[in-house]
Design a protein around this ligand. Structure first.
Ligand SMILES: [Zn+2]
Length: 183
C-alpha cells in the first residue's frame, strides 16, 4: 500500500477491518507524516464535537439592565443630594452676605432677640396658666398625671433615640451607596 492510500484511510471515517487496522498501525509507526496527519485530524474532529455556539446565560440581559438601572438611580440620588446641599449652602451664603452688605446685622440680631423674647414670654404665660390649672386639680389626679407625663416623656426620649439611630443607619447606607455610585 502506498503512502497516499494510508492518508486516505486516515481521513476516512468508515470503520476498518482488523487486518486493515494492523497494516495502518504498522505504517504509522514508520511514517511520521501520517502520524501527524492522524493526530491532527483526530484533534480537529474532537474540537468540532466539543465546540458549541456560545450563548449568553438566561436572563443575562435582564440582569444587566436591572444593574444598569440601579446604577443610574444611585447616581441620580447622589446628584440630587449635591444639588440640594449646594442650594442650601448658597442660600445661607447669600443670606449671610445680604445681612453683612446691607449693614442690617444689628437690626437682624435685634429682630431675632425680640422674637425670642416674645416667644419666651408666650411660653412663660402658657406655663403659668398650666400651673394655675394644675393647682386646681386634686392631688391624686395630679400625681397620676405626673406619672403619665413622665411615661410619655420617656417614650419620646426612646423614640428620639430610635430616630437618631435610624438616621445614623441611613447615613451609613447613603455613604455606602455613594461609594458604590462613584466606582
Ligand atoms: Zn505515511
Amino acid at each position: 500500500m502506498s503512502h497516499k492510500q494510508f492518508e486516505k484511510r486516515i481521513l476516512d471515517d468508515s470503520p476498518l477491518s482488523e487486518g486493515e487496522r494492523k497494516v495502518l498501525v504498522a505504517h504509522l509507526e514508520s511514517c511520521e507524516q501520517c502520524r501527524k496527519l492522524k493526530t491532527g485530524w483526530e484533534n480537529s474532529l474532537q474540537l468540532m464535537h466539543s465546540t458549541q455556539p456560545v450563548q449568553p446565560a438566561a436572563g443575562f440581559t435582564a440582569r444587566w439592565q436591572i444593574k444598569l438601572q440601579q446604577e443610574q438611580r444611585r447616581k441620580r440620588i447622589v446628584r440630587m443630594r449635591v444639588i440640594v446641599m449646594s442650594s442650601i449652602f448658597l442660600l445661607l451664603i447669600s443670606l449671610f452676605a445680604y445681612v453683612l452688605l446691607s449693614g442690617s446685622l444689628n437690626e437682624f440680631l435685634a429682630n431675632v432677640i425680640t422674637f425670642s423674647t416674645q416667644a419666651l414670654l408666650v411660653m412663660t404665660r402658657g406655663i403659668s396658666t398650666i400651673t394655675t390649672f394644675i393647682d386646681e386639680i386634686p392631688a391624686l389626679l395630679r400625681w397620676s398625671l405626673g406619672v403619665f407625663l413622665v411615661g410619655i416623656a420617656n417614650m419620646f426620649v426612646i423614640l428620639l433615640a430610635f430616630i437618631l439611630w435610624k438616621a445614623r443607619q441611613n447615613q451609613k447606607e447613603w455613604q455606602r451607596a455613594e461609594i458604590y455610585a462613584e466606582k
